[in-house]
Ligand binder design. Structure first.
Ligand SMILES: Nc1ncnc2c1ncn2[C@@H]1O[C@H](COP(=O)(O)OP(=O)(O)OP(=O)(O)O)[C@@H](O)[C@H]1O
Ligand SMILES: [Mg+2]
Length: 318
């Protein structure tokens, strides 16, 4: 068996519709994911995360390129792939006309799980996902958050080696989200591989062993979060509060080509990528002959790198 859970080579997905310009949702991605880790695909809305996941889970065909799950090619061996994966996609099907419990049981039976084991697991998951009050209700009558719980609980019914989760935490309250994160960790300890998408940095930071930042269908950066954080060296958040906002401040800041810039009342906040030795020059230039009430300089956060990587096309981070 392949040592990789996932091998992606030059994968492309183009959506073409008559009379409209084609959309290259996934535009030539190549990467590998070893087994037994949580791998995060991180990117803003429309980056191509769901399109990528839909190809990997055999729901749509790649336009070009190949993807293998545990060595099995998604286009050539879809049945082999499907036996080894379970997925929660953004528009995941739940059987709307079945009750919560029957959704879990049907899914497990469909995946070939024995009846007694399925019943035991369903009971445990109903407890874990706090679905007890809803257990006999049809899924179509549930709130969005509860529906999501059913979708996510389902994939824990079975033991497929690879799990795909597209924004699993959408609509979950923080306590449940925490519990699900713990469950995911426990599954990985048992040897499963989890590929998830998110746009929530803190979630990726806490959960993922390795991440890939994608934007407009392309890879921007790959690595352990610690390594990615290194990218933020040389990026600074500067806050200045004036007694009165200087008239020319916008123009002065534009000259500095900040990554981010906001004005709120008399306070400006900007994120700059500059040499450390220049930070104080910038602060003093902006404060010269002005009454400054507060100055704050901080090293940038992961969020700043994310913004940097996803808003500036083609610009290399030093
Ligand atoms: N079935 C489709 N037909 C046409 N275009 C599509 C289709 N699905 C997605 N797209 C387009 O492909 C691009 C990538 O969409 P995708 O849903 O993969 O992004 P995403 O990263 O999952 O975004 P989000 O964070 O909003 O879920 C977008 O421009 C989107 O409009
Ligand atoms: Mg999506």
């Amino acid at each position: 068996m392949s040592e990789f859970a996932l091998e992606v080579e030059n994968l492309v997905k183009v959506y073409a519709s008559r009379g409209k310009a084609p959309i290259r949702a996934v535009d030539g991605m190549s990467f590998r994911v070893p087994r037994g880790i949580i791998f995060g695909l991180l990117g803003p809305n429309g980056a191509g995360k769901s399109s990528l996941l839909r190809m990997l889970s055999t729901l749509t065909r790649p336009t070009e390129g190949t993807a293998k799950i545990l060595g099995y090619e998604v286009v050539k061996k879809p049945i082999e792939v499907r036996k080894r994966i379970s997925s929660v996609i953004q528009a995941t099907a739940v059987e709307l006309f079945l009750s919560v419990k029957d959704n879990l049981l049907t899914y497990a039976r469909f995946q070939g799980l024995n009846k007694a084991v399925a019943a035991r697991r369903a009971d445990a998951l109903i407890e874990e996902f706090q679905l007890g009050s809803e257990v006999d209700r049809k899924v179509q009558d549930l709130s969005g958050g509860f529906r999501r719980r059913v979708q996510v609980a389902k994939v824990f019914m079975v033991d497929t080696p690879v799990l795909f989760l597209d924004e699993f935490s959408t609509g979950m309250d923080p306590i449940l989200k925490r519990q699900v994160m713990n469950l995911l960790r426990a599954e990985v300890e048992k040897g499963r591989t989890i590929i998830l998408t998110t746009q929530i940095l803190s979630e990726a930071e806490e959960l993922c062993d390795d991440i890939l930042i994608i934007n407009r269908g392309k890879q921007s950066a790959r690595g352990e979060l610690n390594a990615l954080k290194q990218l933020s060296r040389g990026v600074y958040d500067i806050t200045l509060a004036f007694d009165r906002l200087p008239d020319t401040i916008q123009a002065e800041i534009a000259e500095l080509t900040p990554i981010r810039f906001t004005v709120e009342g008399n306070t400006i906040e900007l994120t700059l990528k500059i040499e450390e030795s220049r930070v104080m020059d910038v602060v003093s230039a902006l404060s010269r002959n002005r009454h400054v009430l507060r100055v704050e300089v901080r090293g940038a956060s992961l969020e700043d790198i994310f913004v940097e990587l996803t808003t500036r096309e083609g610009k290399e981070l030093a």
